[in-house]
Design a protein around this ligand. Structure first.
Ligand code: OOG
Ligand code: MG
Length: 263
């Protein structure tokens, strides 16, 4: 079911995307349209993606969010969601993140996948994901909800492209058969101090389950995850607030580290 007209979807997409591009707070979309449902929310997200494509922005991959208990508890929502990664979200390992382009960034330690074969739900499981995975690598996602104080409901955050804003990938990759992703230790440091700890299994029992979930959710729309897709599987731990001047480093066992400076 959907409740919004095409004009309302287009108007919300323009509104939220402008807030993203200008780094300013947005009013929750459900304040304006309390009856909006998931279908409306994804319609707004896809309309934001189309606005970027029409402007010549390329898509760099997909992300799944709210896949660990730590993240669900922190945000007060219990259902995983997905969003897209645009080319200009990408920052190099060891590089700078310009805080004046963001509202109130937080960092998340994540395990990223790159596929080598298409995945199409329903029925995708951990085993089929591992067989279709080229390699995995460590990642930090920088999320920046356009909503004040990151206070949102599920519909509002889906419309806001799951708070996506930047991401940094590590440069060391591993083949899925060479590592046990459930048992990978994850350590996040801010300015040299440990702020979060976790293990791969925090993400839906196995990070590949997050990719399976994504394939199955997209399958409901008749879409697939194409070969060669980058997928961020979701924060292993709670997200950590960062400010200008902070250095962040995430180490993932067997996958090396990834770091960035907030300038
Ligand atoms: C929504 C995005 C969550 C993750 O990895 O769980 C996310 C948010 O918490 O603002 O990217
Ligand atoms: Mg994330």
């Amino acid at each position: 079911m959907s409740t919004l007209t095409q004009d309302q979807v287009a108007e919300l997409a323009e509104y939220l995307e402008t807030c993203e591009l200008e780094a300013k707070d947005a009013q929750k979309v459900t304040d304006r349209y309390p009856d909006m449902d998931f279908e409306d929310a994804y319609a707004v997200q896809y309309a934001i993606r189309q606005r970027k494509l029409d402007r010549g922005t390329r898509m760099a991959g997909l992300k799944v969010g709210l896949t660990s208990r730590a993240k669900m508890k922190q945000m007060g929502v219990e259902t995983p969601i997905y969003g897209f990664l645009a080319d200009y979200f990408d920052r190099p390992d060891g590089g700078d993140i310009e805080t004046d382009q963001l509202i109130h960034p937080k960092v998340e330690a994540e395990i990223a996948f790159v596929t080598k074969a298409p995945l199409k739900g329903p029925g995708v499981q951990v085993g089929s994901v591992l067989a279709a995975t080229d390699f995995v690598l460590p990642a930090v996602e920088i999320i920046d909800s356009r909503y004040e104080n990151f206070r949102f409901d599920l519909v509002s955050v889906i419309a806001d492209n799951a708070s996506s804003s930047r991401y940094v990938l590590g440069t060391q990759v591993a083949r899925p058969q060479d590592i046990d992703m459930r048992h990978l230790g994850v350590v996040m440091e801010r300015n040299g101090e440990i702020v979060e700890l976790g293990a791969g299994a925090a993400v839906l029992g196995h990070p590949a389950a997050s990719v399976a979930l994504l394939a199955n959710m997209l399958g409901q729309r008749g879409e697939e995850i194409p070969a060669g897709t980058l997928i961020l599987t979701g924060g292993v731990t709670a997200a950590v607030t960062v400010n200008q001047g902070d250095n962040v480093n995430v180490r993932i066992q067997d996958l090396g580290s990834v770091g960035m400076r907030f300038v």
